[in-house]
Design a protein around this ligand. Structure first.
Ligand code: ATP
Ligand code: MG
Length: 552
């Protein structure tokens, strides 16, 4: 049994009790995506929860494609889902289950129900079935076909399978209770006729099982013990239980619901993400502004950061949404010891040190990461012409501005004190060059104590820095300004993507696709895996350095 010293979520409590009562001996969980889109951060919660429980209890975790609905399913989605589950580290032993592999057993199960007098073929149209179903306050009405004999039902169901009837003309329904207070129990449809080609079974089947009937069978076949799903299925649980009971499985699986993960300021929900992609609001499923797993990976989030985030978010039955800032906190914490800290100038402005010898280059040892013990150091070159951030110079500074302005002195990170002596402007009044002088006595590490400066700014050497495209992101939706427009459409943040031509310290040339780096004062970045080529590096800002989130 699992350790006692950690706080247990309600699902662990249920499992503990089931094990204590001897209901199950080995715990089996599953993640059952429908291959009709890319996975998002919400799915990561389900994956990590199911996988985590399997590991915790020494059980088994299955990846199963819920591909019983042939209309929307695509091979592209299957591949992306497998990749995402692997990326999160949820080990499914290389074994992929498909619900469609169980169509024969599902058909047999339907026959079993018919034989038990627990299912019947109904000729009512979809609309009539809806009318007969009743409402929350009124009971339903029985179909005139409800009391067909077992023989007649067997024959009709066989004929449905053999293609004797057009699509939609007949359905198989479970015979439960038209007066049940739970509408899901009012003789739900369990099989429909649909002439659709299935990506796995081709044209073999003309009839397809409905989700509420298929899912418990899939679970039972795989020996799943705890079938964990989200809250919208709570009202379907009685039907789930009815199916596994009537089919007389020896160790029936148990459905447990938990609350979905929602995040502030982002679009979750497969359907909504799909719409942003289709409407061209974003640039594909892996646009780094999305929270699909492909997008988070490309943005530079790590599996570890997502795991930590899920641990902080917890598992419960109450609806709430998590602050996006918490996810940012998790990636910052993860990258803090891992990412080297380089200098990169996002909005470059030339700085010329007029008293520094022309043609001279000098190297400074700068530590790679002051937060780790053996982070090492690297040589950073320095010369007469540098780049600094535009915002690190002001012609007329406000109070408490400690960076460069005429007459003021700052430290250039890791090197010398530099005093601003002047600047140049173009015809539009834009500052084009800042001039300064350095004081050789102030060399970093020389023990100079003559005077102090209040500001330290980063810089790169104009001679050997590299040019790169840097993409700076903001939330796609700014909830503080209102999530929806008056017409109900999403209120997009027009500044969700800013592209800049940056100047980066020479060491950045060695970074490979997917590598992380901190550009000091500017945040954590990752080398883009899609648009980076040999002669054009693209960096995505994963997250800035400042946090608005405080862990308890
Ligand atoms: P969406 O709600 O985004 O359309 P879905 O539920 O239709 O997603 P499925 O492929 O059916 O997508 O989901 C696979 C599993 O992931 C299900 O067990 C589902 O409950 C779970 N899941 C989906 N969204 C979330 C979420 N936001 N938080 C936690 N689990 C989720
Ligand atoms: Mg679904």
């Amino acid at each position: 049994m699992a350790e006692e010293n950690i706080s247990r979520n309600f699902i662990e409590n249920i499992i503990d009790q089931d094990l204590a009562e001897g209901k199950y001996t080995k715990i089996v969980t599953r993640f059952p995506p429908e291959p009709n889109g890319y996975l998002h951060i919400g799915h990561a919660k389900s994956i990590l929860l199911n996988y985590g429980l399997a590991v915790e209890y020494g059980g088994q975790f299955n990846l199963r494609f819920d591909d019983t609905n042939p209309t929307k399913e695509k091979e592209e989605f299957v591949e992306s889902i497998v990749k995402d589950v692997e990326w999160l580290g949820a080990d499914f032993r290389g074994q992929i289950f498909y619900a469609s592999n169980y169509f024969d057993q599902m058909y047999e199960a339907a026959i079993k129900l018919i034989n038990k007098g627990k299912a019947y073929v109904d000729d009512l149209s979809a609309e009539e079935i809806r009318e007969y179903r009743g409402t929350l306050t009124e009971p339903g009405k029985e179909s005139p076909y409800r009391n067909r004999s077992v023989e007649e039902n067997l024959k009709l169901f066989q004929d449905m399978k053999d293609g004797l009837y057009p699509d939609g003309s007949k359905v198989l329904r479970a015979k439960i209770d038209m007066a049940s207070p739970n509408i899901n129990m009012r003789d739900p449809v369990i099989y429909r006729i649909a002439r659709m080609t299935h990506h796995n079974t081709g044209d073999k089947w003309l009839i397809y099982p409905m989700y509420d009937f298929a899912h418990p069978i899939e679970d039972a076949i795989e020996g799943v013990t705890h079938s964990i799903c989200t809250l919208e299925f709570e009202d379907h649980r009685p039907l789930y239980n009815w199916v596994v009971e009537e089919l007389e499985y020896e160790k029936p699986p148990k459905q447990i619901e938990f609350s979905k993960l929602y995040l502030t300021n982002v679009v979750t929900g497969k359907r909504y993400i799909k719409k942003l992609v289709e409407d061209g609001v974003v640039d594909g499923w892996d646009d780094p502004r999305l929270v699909s797993l492909a997008a988070l990976r490309r943005r530079g989030f790590t599996p570890e950061s997502i795991k930590t985030f899920m641990e902080l978010a917890g598992v419960s039955k109450s609806q709430s949404s998590c602050d996006y800032a918490m996810l940012e906190y998790c990636i910052r914490e993860d990258l803090k010891p891992k990412a080297p800290r380089y200098m990169g100038v996002l909005h470059p402005l030339k700085l010329v040190i007029d008293n520094y010898p022309e043609g001279q280059t000098e190297y400074f040892d700068i530590e790679n990461n002051t937060d780790v013990e053996d982070g090492g150091s690297r040589k950073v070159s320095f010369s007469r012409e540098l780049y600094i951030e535009k915002e690190d110079f002001m012609e007329e500074p406000p109070r408490k501005y400690f960076r460069l302005f005429p007459g003021n002195e700052v430290r250039l990170k890791g090197t010398y004190f530099v005093k601003c002596t002047g600047f140049e402007k173009d015809e539009n009044g834009e500052i084009t060059v800042v001039h300064g002088t350095y004081d050789p006595e102030t060399r970093s590490g020389s023990g100079f104590e003559g005077r102090k400066v209040k500001g330290t700014i980063h810089w790169v050497n104009a001679n050997d820095c590299i040019d790169a495209e840097v993409r700076l992101y903001e939330n796609l939706i700014d909830e503080e300004k209102g999530k929806l427009n008056e017409d109900g459409s999403l209120n997009f943040n027009p500044n969700s993507l800013e592209v800049v031509e940056a100047k980066l310290e020479a060491a950045s040339a060695e970074l490979k696709q997917g590598d992380h780096v901190q550009f000091i004062r500017n945040g954590y970045f990752v080398v883009d895996t899609k648009d980076t080529s040999d002669d054009h590096k693209v960096f995505n800002r994963v997250v800035g350095l400042k946090s608005s989130y405080k862990p308890n």
